[in-house]
Design a protein around this ligand. Structure first.
Ligand code: 16G
Length: 245
């Protein structure tokens, strides 16, 4: 663990390198769940890093939910975050997906209302002249754990009153006869920026998945443009593939 042997000048701040090193030890099972980590002082001694640096790395691991600090007895590796396996072949909602797993969902509302549309919303949602847009931005939690940040935009002709959405967007759309039946989804890899990472309770730079869903009604109208940021450490997306031709 001596710094010369594994700290790399070009690989970012040393607390980040130490954090990654500890993450590797946790993921590979060198430090199994419930095992204790050496005290900060000892890690500082072994690595020749300052205690401030060690504390910073440990703090991020706590934030990520990888370790927990128990009063008076030190730091322990937590049971790993349950990963959610999500099918890519069914058009389901977050609430339905989580309910299926017996997880209760909650939302923190970051924005909900009627707004002037952006150029992109006008073109993607085929909005008419002077037509406003319904927007919903929320932090989605399941089983008390933050899972995704989701920003949805819908034409008012599809969702006239966004304030009606109190739990599930799709349940509300269902009630008013506007449940989407088809969607195109695009998934990209990203690193979560500080504000998003903080809301999702992971360290800045943690891997995430950006998912864009464009959904349509039976009659072909665009229902929704939603951009979501899912925690990379909590999701596996699974698709069934068939030989074409
Ligand atoms: C899912 C959808 C999102 C949809 C939401 C409705 C993905 C990537 N996104 O999160 O497009 O708006 O479900 O969920 O799956 P709700 O009915 O629980 O509000």
């Amino acid at each position: 663990l001596k710094p010369d042997s594994w700290f790399d000048q070009g690989a970012g701040p040393r607390y980040v390198q130490l954090r990654r090193r500890l993450e590797e030890a946790i993921h590979s099972g060198v430090l199994p769940p419930n095992s204790s980590l050496p005290p900060e002082r000892e890690i500082a001694d072994i690595t020749d890093l300052s205690r401030v640096t060690v504390r910073k790395a440990m703090h991020e691991l706590v934030q990520q939910g990888a370790i927990e600090q128990r009063q008076g007895s030190g730091s322990f590796v937590r049971e790993s975050t349950a990963r959610v396996e999500q099918s890519l072949s069914h058009l389901t909602s977050f609430t339905e997906d989580m309910q299926q797993r017996g997880l209760e969902t909650t939302s923190k509302w970051l924005e909900r209302g009627v707004f002037l549309p952006t150029e992109e919303e006008i073109s993607v949602l085929s909005l008419g002249d002077d037509e406003s847009v319904a927007r919903i931005y929320r932090l989605r939690e399941a089983g008390g754990q933050p899972m995704a940040l989701e920003r949805a935009a819908l034409p008012l002709s599809i969702l006239p009153n966004p304030l009606e959405v109190t739990t599930s967007l799709y349940a509300t759309l269902d009630q008013i006869g506007h449940r989407p039946v088809r969607a195109i989804q695009k998934i990209s890899a990203i690193n979560l920026e500080s504000t998003e990472a903080e809301l999702l309770n992971v360290a800045e730079g943690t891997a995430g998945l950006r998912i864009q869903r464009l959904s349509f009604l039976e009659d072909g109208r665009v229902a929704e443009l939603t951009r979501s940021l899912y925690r990379g450490d909590a999701y596996d997306f699974v698709a069934e593939l068939q030989l074409s031709g």
